[in-house]
Design a protein around this ligand. Structure first.
Ligand code: ZN
Length: 451
């Protein structure tokens, strides 16, 4: 791979300038800014690289889809990414404007530079570099770039269900998210799922005087506090009936892999300004993130919490919550269990479902794990970390559960990429390393025995 890595180093400035050109074009899905233009821009790139490429319409923003089949019988890799970006607000907190990419201290600053334009553009440049040096790709490649990831991917599941014939791949690789703080490469084999819901409690038809009506009129904030306290106990266990029914115990291999992950819990506790982690304390840090579901109160609102005091008896109260799901819980299963719990314990409280995303898991002993690890060793000179699942959520289930294809996330961005925040940035060395990692992954996968 040395000649290709040299080619990449020789074209460093050209590649960075191309990324800058891409980042100058806003593509804010939530506001509908620049989406069609950027989608066309990507199709043109792929056509120039010899891909059979096109826009695939959805009820929302289109997907960009491209195929290149250079090696019959060799594995087909589906590279997934998303070309939409988060809105850049608050604009006044940006040191340089979000759509005027600017280099400072070896980092490129722009909205979308890390999440996700810089990461999937690195894959595209990996393909370009392989073609420039070798004239062909070492395996078959499908590129799928979504335009609605930052809106929760509302249409990708139905797209995948209807177009399985265009997505026949042996594995999916997504380069998104941050590396660990020390920059060590990593492979995530799964994600937690998520559901969101709101609880609304109502009392009298107006706010009341807590002296004239306290003890007589019900208080919706107490209603929610009582309800929430029936949902999780002080030992950290969610007490909703059947909540843990489908949670899987980690396998022997998963335990070994978890135990091999470096983690300084004391330093993490210090960094967060805590004295200890939440219950249950006996579970390890990564075991909780990968294998244990959560119930989080995101916000509890009602009445008065401003300066001084106000002896009010509020007439309504709201709680927003999320649950992170693990394999093999499902969105529908957990929504209905929570809803049944609310009906039983507080029938007057409104339960409002918000979005949901299924969890996903690819087995750690998948035959693709070793070639991916080997590729990252070659591209970075470091030993990659293997994670059974990450704590956050991505729509990986559309590949693993709908299409039955193993899915791996291999992030390229620095840990402090500030995605979704002002001053989003990507270390240029990591961008270049990402291009090399893309080359190495396609090369090592191409060396697997042909079918
Ligand atoms: Zn994002």
């Amino acid at each position: 791979m040395e000649p290709i890595f040299n080619y990449i180093d020789g074209n460093r400035n050209l590649f960075i300038n191309r990324l800058i050109d891409y980042l100058r074009q806003p593509s804010i899905s939530a506001h509908g800014v620049g989406m069609d233009k950027v989608a066309d821009y990507l199709v043109n790139w792929l056509v120039r690289l010899g891909f059979d490429a096109r826009l695939m319409p959805t009820p929302g923003w289109p997907l960009v889809l491209g195929h290149r089949s250079d090696q019959p019988g060799a594995p087909t890799v589906l590279l997934y990414g998303h070309y939409d970006v988060q809105p850049p607000d608050p604009l006044e907190d940006w040191i340089s404007p979000p759509f005027e990419p600017t280099i400072r201290n070896g980092r490129l600053y722009a909205r979308g530079v890390a999440d996700n334009k810089g990461q999937h553009f690195a894959q595209i440049l990996a393909v370009e570099s392989l073609l420039a040096v070798n004239g062909q790709l070492p395996c078959n490649v499908i590129l799928l770039l979504e335009g609605e990831e930052e809106m929760g991917s509302p249409h990708i599941a139905s797209f995948v269900k209807h177009h399985g014939d265009l997505l026949k791949a042996d594995l999916v690789i997504t380069s998104d998210g941050p590396l660990p703080p020390n920059g060590q490469p990593k492979i995530d084999c799964g994600v937690r799922g998520v559901i969101g819901f709101e609880l609304r409690a109502h009392g009298a038809n107006r706010d009341l005087h807590s002296g004239n009506f306290g003890g007589v009129a019900p208080n919706p904030l107490w209603t929610l506090v009582h309800l929430l306290s029936t949902m999780k106990n002080e030992q950290g266990e969610v007490t909703i009936k059947g909540f843990y029914d489908n949670v899987q115990t980690p396998t022997e291999l998963e335990r070994t892999v978890l135990e091999s992950l470096p983690m300084d819990e004391k330093a993490a506790i210090r960094d967060l300004g805590l004295t200890q982690f939440d219950a249950p304390l006996e579970r390890g840090y990564y075991e909780r993130l990968a294998f244990w579901p959560t119930l989080t109160i995101n916000g509890l609102h009602g009445g008065y919490a401003g300066p001084e005091s106000k002896t009010v008896l509020p007439h309504e109260a709201f709680a927003k919550c999320d649950i992170r799901l693990v394999e093999a819980q499902s969105v529908e299963e957990i929504f209905s269990k929570v809803e049944a719990h609310v009906r039983q314990h507080a029938p007057g409280v409104e339960f409002i479902r918000q979005g949901g995303m299924e969890p996903s898991k690819t087995p750690l002993d998948s035959p693709f794990v070793e070639p991916l690890k080997q590729a990252l060793r070659i591209a970075t000179g470091q030993e990659p970390l293997l994670f059974p699942a990450m704590g956050g959520s991505l729509p990986d289930y559309v590949f693993t559960k709908i299409l039955g294809i193993p899915d791996f996330t291999v992030p390229y961005a620095n840990a402090d990429e500030a995605n979704h925040a002002p001053n989003e940035n990507l270390e240029l060395d990591l961008f270049i390393r990402g291009i090399k990692a893309g080359v190495a992954m396609l090369t090592c996968l191409g060396q697997l025995p042909k079918k």
